[in-house]
Design a protein around this ligand. Structure first.
Ligand code: SF4
Length: 216
């Protein structure tokens, strides 16, 4: 078990290196309001961000408020989100979520984790995506990339996303929660890929447990 002080030092170095390496580490989903980001995040399950961005160009022109989604004909909404896959479930989730937004939040997206996770289909990951990227409030997003990269680096010994989130909260300065999440997501996509991590050329190899072991 590593000491928290050592992990904090490691995080500091990793943040420095990856910020330089990936200066454009903002979220890849396109949105112009918290509602749009919520919809895009729901659509991004099992779908690429590129595809979601293609679909939301026309979707966001057609549905401008929570009321529009809540009152839409479900079959029509399904058709409109179909290219993102799992469209029946996604359309249902979006509609239920927007109906709740109307019922309890006057159609507006709440800006606390506690409230966000009460919405149907919104878990901690989606809530933290919205907090960090739409409201600029601290949130650690543990998606598949953050999970894998954090484990390989040695920042956590856990597998459960919520436990990983709490491990990272302990060692990452609060003002860096969103930034670090976005950096690790990009690093996971570009370099620390699931099947074949590019450790040889990885700029943080020195600070990574897995990478140090593979070093010749
Ligand atoms: S050294 Fe390898 S395992 Fe570690 S972060 Fe880099 S690519 Fe991933």
């Amino acid at each position: 078990m590593k000491k928290p002080e050592d992990l904090k030092k490691r995080i500091k170095e990793i943040l420095k290196i990856l910020t330089k390496e990936i200066p454009d580490s903002t979220i890849a989903l396109k949105f112009s309001s918290p509602l749009e980001l919520l919809i895009a995040t729901i659509l991004s399950a099992q779908c690429t961000d590129v595809k979601v961005n293609q679909v939301t160009v026309s979707l966001f022109k057609k549905y401008r408020s929570a009321k529009d989604y809540a009152e839409a004909r479900l079959e029509k909404l399904e058709e409109d989100v179909r290219p993102t896959g799992f469209y029946r479930n996604k359309a249902k989730s979006i509609q239920k979520c927007c109906q709740e937004l109307l019922k309890r939040f006057e159609g507006k997206i709440p800006n606390t984790l506690e409230e966000l996770i009460t919405l149907p289909g919104v878990g901690r990951k989606t809530a933290n995506v919205i907090l960090g990227n739409a409201f600029h409030l601290p949130g650690i997003v543990v998606d598949t990339h953050v999970q894998r990269v954090s484990q390989r680096i040695g920042l956590t010994q856990n597998n459960d996303p919520t436990k990983i989130e709490f491990d990272l909260m302990e060692i990452v300065p609060k003002e860096e929660w969103t930034h670090l999440s976005n950096l690790l997501i990009w690093h996971g996509r570009r370099t620390c890929q699931a099947k074949k991590p590019l450790c040889e050329t990885c700029p943080i190899q020195k600070w990574c447990d897995y990478g140090s072991k593979t070093k010749q």
